[in-house]
Design a protein around this ligand. Structure first.
Ligand code: T1G
Length: 695
């Protein structure tokens, strides 16, 4: 099948122009590679052509290789050989950058003989975020242009660098203005006129920098000891001090090794997953305009939500019951914004403008003009229903009423109003102005345009929204509530909290469950266990004894200085008092303890997580496995290189998972049950990845 025409050419006097037009981000897919190879070979030998200008149409220069081609049979020319053709071109070739020249896009630019860019352009080598390293000459050409240390910084951080900094680094040669075509034309004419100098990057030398290499190795071994690609990337860059071809061999071998890893597959799944979750049935519905947001409650969540809304340009009316509480909320918001300025997330001017858009009031009547109201008061159904009942009278027609509840029944809340179609859950994660996940909880009567508005709000807040149905805990907290029990059972049966945490941290979680509990506050889980006591099945093995006793001592974790761990200045130590509690509970319950190795701890924990995730799918609370994966990647510290619980499940296989559950069920048949969907998949060889293809 003939390639789509994504590369076009034209001649202007002594200059040839090559334009790549492959929306949405000019990814360097096969059609682009073939078209570019043809154009360069044509103009490289054409009489009268003294320089070539390369640019892209649309919103950006090439934003990298086409990631969707990874894992498929390679089609020539691949980027490394294509860029050798570009660099070897007999006629000087200059490129004009705009938007984001990333990965293979920046590598193409570095293979050109000169680079110009608009000031707003950004360049980077983000392959590390895909479990890879630059694989089209970036590890050899970047050090030749900017030195070993900067090349390490760029490729190990994956950060985007703005054009002015890229100019200072030596990555680009000039900052220009104008449309990409005009910039490319001018730059090529300046080459002909001798104004813009050109050179072949491969001919440049790289000074050795062993200190930078050693420092980078030490840092990646500390920061991401489990990941393969960072070390391979450093090794390839270190080879840049030698002959170009030899270095390219090191890069190629490293790239192909990383591409074959589960880590890279997990991270590529995460990349596309974050984009796929926006593909919802309500996608075509017309989102309502949101300019004025009301936030009820100035506590940790309310002030975080208000901060996020202010940082995304919205006006916020913050409602609290008393002036004192209001003042606390405003001060939290102000310090959140200050923190954002300090982290370089916003300018001081933007902070001041945000503060000016904050309107603190005591009284719901202040929300009469709000387009959207987000309730973030403490988790009590009666209180929420009373508030929504009142909002029904105060808020204008068409206003959207949202609850930030993390588990309560949205349908019940909606039923306390006369406009249930305008009610949904917007479940933010703490700290709400930092965490990127937003569960958009769709009630039985929530209107499609209201759901679409929730997703539009998430985009405006630079969050990743995932559509969830109504049940206790929606997607994330429902699954968390289930697999957390395994952590408790493991401790009762012989493991220590530290051993469980260490095993899961070695698996890749940023923090083990006991440390997470201490950070979030053990009192939250305590309240949940109390709330669920009345409906707990008599067949369920209760695992909360240890946690209950810790809380009965007033030990709620970090905020009280101790929980499962003791938090003194600068150190975190296992709490010896907790070991005594565990011992006492084991004796009282007559538990015969046994040894667990880390592998079994991880297998039990992950199997429980996967089983409940499957039940969430079965119940339609999540529409696709990728929705669950993204919830855990963005909201529960799930290791990105494992791609999420159900992507990870496919690396185990349904049959093996069923076998595990049946083994564990011998101890506890109530907790360990094989979900029907999982058994069917085991029988048919089904994979969760295939279920993601659903629209
Ligand atoms: N390949 C394929 N599809 C891509 C893509 C890519 N590189 N980049 C984006 N898309 C799709 C994306 O899935 C979405 O599709 C649409 O484009 C818009 O993207 C050899 C190996 C460029 C900053 O890692 O960071 O080069 O959902 O929603 O927010 O060394 O996309 O609409 O169907 O993200 O404006 C290195 C990845 C590749 C950059 C734009 N490059 N892209 O952000 O739009 S590896 C990257 C991004 C490589 C070489 C190696 C962002 C963006 P859909 P979007 P955006």
């Amino acid at each position: 099948m003939a390639d789509r025409q994504v590369v076009s050419i034209e001649v202007v006097g002594e200059v040839a122009l090559i334009c790549i037009d492959n929306p949405p981000v000019n990814a360097g897919g096969i059609a682009v590679r073939r078209g570019l190879a043809e154009a360069v070979e044509r103009f490289g030998g054409q009489d009268g052509i003294k320089a070539i200008g390369l640019y892209c149409a649309g919103r950006t220069f090439v934003a990298g290789a086409d990631i969707s081609e990874f894992g498929k049979p390679p089609q020539a020319p691949m980027m490394p050989e294509l860029y050798d053709i570009v660099e070897a071109c007999a006629v000087p070739l200059v490129c004009a950058l705009h938007g984001t020249a990333l990965g293979g896009g920046l590598e193409l630019a570095m293979a050109c003989h000169a680079r110009v860019a608009v000031a707003s352009a950004r360049v980077g080598l983000p392959e590390i975020h895909l479990g890879l390293l630059p694989g089209a000459g970036g590890t050899q050409r970047a050090p030749r242009l900017i030195g070993i240390a900067s090349a390490l910084d760029l490729s190990l951080s994956g950060r985007q660098v703005a054009a002015p900094e890229a100019l200072d680094m030596g990555l680009i040669d000039r900052i220009d203005t104008g449309a990409p075509r005009d910039m490319a034309l001018q730059a090529a004419q300046d080459v002909v006129a001798g104004i813009l100098k050109t050179r072949r990057t491969r001919d440049l030398q790289t000074a050795p920098d062993d200190d930078a290499i050693a420092t980078a190795l030490a840092q990646v071994r500390k920061k991401s000891p489990l990941l393969v690609s960072p070390v391979r990337c450093i090794e390839a860059i270190a080879a840049a001090t030698g002959p170009f071809e030899a270095g390219m061999k090191v890069e190629r071998a490293a790239f192909l090794e990383c591409l074959a890893t589960d880590q890279s597959k997990g991270m590529i799944h995460a990349f596309f997953g974050e984009r796929a979750v926006g593909n919802i049935p309500e996608k075509t519905a017309m989102a309502r305009d949101i300019a004025q947001v009301g936030v009820i409650g100035g506590g940790t969540m309310g002030s975080g939500i208000a901060t996020s809304a202010l940082m995304s340009g919205l006006s916020v009316t913050l409602v609290e019951v008393t002036q004192e509480a209001l003042a606390r909320g405003v001060s939290t918001i102000t310090s959140n914004l200050e923190g954002a300025v300090n982290r370089g997330k916003m300018t001081a001017a933007a902070r001041d403008a945000a503060v000016a858009r904050l309107n603190p009031v005591t009284g719901l009547e202040g929300l009469a003009e709000a387009d959207l109201v987000i309730e973030a008061v403490f988790e009590d159904m009666a209180v929420k229903k009373e508030i929504f009942g009142k909002l029904d009278t105060f808020c204008k027609p068409g206003a959207i009423l949202a609850s930030n509840t993390s588990y309560l029944d949205i349908n019940e809340i909606a039923a306390s109003t006369r406009r249930p179609a305008d009610v949904l859950g917007l479940h933010f994660f703490s700290p709400a102005h930092i965490m990127r996940l937003l569960e958009v909880v769709v009630g039985a009567q929530t209107a499609p345009e209201v759901v679409a508005t929730g997703f539009a709000l998430a985009r405006q807040m630079k969050k990743v929204a995932v559509r969830a149905g109504v049940c206790d805990g929606f997607i994330g907290n429902r699954i968390l509530a289930h697999y957390s029990k395994v952590a408790a059972y493991l401790v009762l049966d012989g493991a220590s909290p530290t051993q469980v945490d260490t095993a899961l941290e070695t698996f890749g979680f940023a923090m083990g469950p006991h440390k997470v509990g201490d950070l979030a506050g053990l009192d939250i889980g305590w309240m949940t266990r109390k709330r669920k006591a009345a409906t707990r099945s008599p067949d369920e093995r209760y695992g909360g004894d240890v946690a209950d006793r810790i809380c009965e001592n007033g030990w709620f974790g970090c905020k009280t200085g101790q929980g499962y761990y003791v938090y003194d200045t600068g150190s975190i130590e296992p709490n010896p008092e907790v070991s005594k509690i565990i011992e006492a509970v084991r004796v009282e319950k007559g538990i015969q303890i046994r040894a667990f190795d880390d592998q079994e701890i991880v297998e039990r924990y992950m199997t429980a997580m996967i089983c409940e995730a499957v039940r969430v799918l079965e119940d339609g609370i999540a529409r696709r496995p990728v929705d669950i994966d993204v919830v855990f990647l963005m909201g529960y510290g799930f290791p990105r290189f494992r791609g999420g619980p159900l992507h990870y499940a496919d690396t185990i296989g349904a049959a093996e998972l069923v076998k595990r559950v049946e083994t564990y069920a011998a101890e506890d048949a109530h907790f360990w049950q094989v979900p029907a969907m999982l058994r069917r998949m085991a029988d048919t060889g089904g994979r969760f990845g295939d279920l993601n293809k659903r629209g």
